[in-house]
Write a protein that binds this ligand. Structure first.
Ligand code: PSU
Ligand code: MN
Length: 301
């Protein structure tokens, strides 16, 4: 009978020895990126970490067992199988039934915290959806960031969301947000916004100092490290705005609700843009994985 979760041998050894580990989510692979690029991306993200001396811990639930770090077959499974999108609330159900699921930011953060992993890289966070005052659709990612001591490196929140409302909720929930070499909150495919941040950091070491200060403090909140996609790799803003409006119209027409909303919008935009949004999504995710590696290394040092 496996324990409540199963770290891979690499991850277990690194954690025991205090070497740097970075968590990676699996929903971005299973539901956020199209096949077959998703499998290449999963392998590439892990390789970026290894090349920087950091152990990758891609997280997913496979056959009822939360896995912290996957082997090659596990990576293949999250890319190729039809897994459910698993948030925090789905974890006990999958465990009890022996089911499999790709973990969202929220579920990945919960499992990373349980395993003792302090740093996590993704593409963009979930947040408050547009029209949330009617639908109440707000990602469980926000509550998880308030509940578990894991720093998330993200290119802000997806621009399909209500970004100002998301920042307000992060403030209410007590989740610190720092801009990495930026004074404004990035919008996923776009490097900038008109939303100022209170705090800016310039180096991975500064982020590591914040993590150590959190460790010594009273709370258990996470941290958002907002890392903009480099300006020369961002999506053309006018084109971005045009596709976004069309995607909302398509979602309304299709009557998409609940946890299907985010995958629908991302998938629709990839297809409609002829893959332009996909290249930017991959660029920003790589950029986040690199920074997370450097933060984890500074934190372990
Ligand atoms: N960021 C990406 N692609 C994604 C996601 C984030 O670049 O697919 C996923 C994450 O797993 C995040 C989820 O937790 O979208 C948010 O979904 P929802 O809005 O239903 O909470
Ligand atoms: Mn939702």
């Amino acid at each position: 009978m496996p324990g409540p979760f199963l770290p891979s041998p690499d991850v277990a050894a690194a954690l025991a020895e205090g070497r740097p580990v970075v968590a990676l989510e699996s929903t971005i692979i299973s539901h956020g990126l199209p096949r077959p690029r998703n499998r290449e991306a999963a392998e590439e993200f892990e390789e970026i970490l290894r090349s920087r001396g950091v152990v990758p811990a891609t997280i997913a639930v496979l056959d009822g067992v939360p896995r912290i770090g996957l082997d090659a077959d596990g990576v293949r499974r999250i890319a190729e199988e039809e897994l459910v999108k698993a948030s925090v609330r789905d974890l006990p159900i999958l465990a009890a039934r022996g089911g499999s699921g790709a973990t969202t930011v929220a579920a990945t953060v919960a499992l990373a915290a349980q395993a003792g992993i302090r740093v996590f890289a993704t593409g963009g966070l979930g947040g408050v959806h547009r029209g949330a005052s009617e639908t109440f659709d707000e990602s469980a990612d926000l509550l998880a960031l308030a509940s578990f001591p894991v720093a998330v490196v993200a290119a802000g929140v997806k621009s399909v969301l209500d970004v100002p409302a998301t920042l307000e909720r992060l403030e209410t929930l007590g989740v610190p947000v720092v801009g990495y070499r930026t004074d404004v909150f990035p919008r996923f495919w776009l490097s900038g916004s008109d939303l100022p941040l209170d705090w800016r950091v310039e180096t991975p070491e500064e982020v590591a100092d914040i993590l150590h200060a959190q460790d010594a403090g009273p709370g258990s909140a996470g941290l958002v490290v907002a890392n903009p996609v480099p300006a020369d790799e961002q999506w053309d803003p006018a084109e971005h705005d045009r596709f976004l409006e069309q995607a909302f119209a398509a979602a309304a027409e299709a009557g998409v609700r609940g946890k299907a909303v985010t995958p629908f919008l991302l998938g629709w935009i990839v297809r409609a843009s002829g893959g332009v949004s996909l290249e930017v999504n991959l660029a920003l995710a790589r950029n986040n994985v690199r920074l997370a590696a450097d933060i984890a290394a500074a934190y372990a040092a």
